[in-house]
Design a protein around this ligand. Sequence first.
Ligand code: NAI
Length: 309
Amino acid sequence: MGDTIETGAIRKVCVIGAGVMGAGIAAQVANSGTPVLLLDIVPDGATDRDAVAKGAVAKLLKTDPAPFMSKRAAKLVETGNIEDHLDRVGECDWIIEAVVERLDVKQALYTRLEELKRPGTAVSSNTSTIPLGKLVEGRGDQFRRDFLITHFFNPPRYMRLIEIVRGEATDPALAQRVEDFADRFLGKRIVPAKDTPGFIANRIGTYWLAVAINAAMDQGLTIEEADQIGGRPMGVPKTGIFGLIDLVGVDLMPLLSKSLSSTLPQGDPYFDTLRPMPLVDRMIADGYTGRKGKGGFYTFDKATRTKRA
Ligand code: NAI
């Protein structure tokens, strides 16, 4: 009997934030046969207030490799916006927050969720770097009991692990329900992580990506040259390091660096690596945010080289 789980425990999931990660997570939840409500902001001046989440699902249907296992799974994703539909979190057993990597934005959302969700509904953040202790600052006891970090990897259908951070106050039974669901229904291997800056993967990963960018810039290498050194030999044969940043989102890099440097202990050797990256700032300003934008490092490198020629 130890192996049986309460399959009915998580019958509906809400994912808030329909960007690179939220949309992919919603698809993987739908692949398990579970209905999902996917919400995002109302875009400025839009006639369709659900346009962001709807657009994200439409994009997923054209993405390769496919985030959905079938068109039937895609139909399990219902789209909406946080102004008109946030109260529908009351229908859900697990709320996954996957909004932009900014503490203020996440905390503002939790303030609203605290009012609207049922006690005992799990809330988890997909944050890459923000410690759980900071995320729940100002929240009441019940919210803290219901809260944990579930850090999915990109792309959520294909990366088979999930880092889970439980807070001191997290209800162990609630965390177990989420972990069982992630294991049995989403096909994830659970990696328990401590509430430390960047947890495990991003403490190592952000450093490694930042070193690659800094080294390429400092040594005047082209993106191809840098990836020849840092791609296959470093175990990233398909995308290379820069292709990986394009997949993750170029705009996430400064947010990760900022967030990590604000939580690392003084004197940590990381600090120099996480210095501002003017090239990345320029790319973001020009719309080169990676696959979700006009393109990433390779496209930007080619476009600026052509202009220079
Ligand atoms: P993204 O920039 O692609 O998407 C963020 C989405 O959040 C956007 O659609 C934006 O409109 C929406 N948003 C902003 N404020 C909102 C609010 N108040 N309510 C609802 N939606 C709101 O970002 P991405 O890359 O999907 O990252 C989301 C989270 O996942 C971040 O915490 C990030 O650190 C984490 N993460 C990202 C990974 C990646 O490979 N990109 C991997 C693992 C974690």
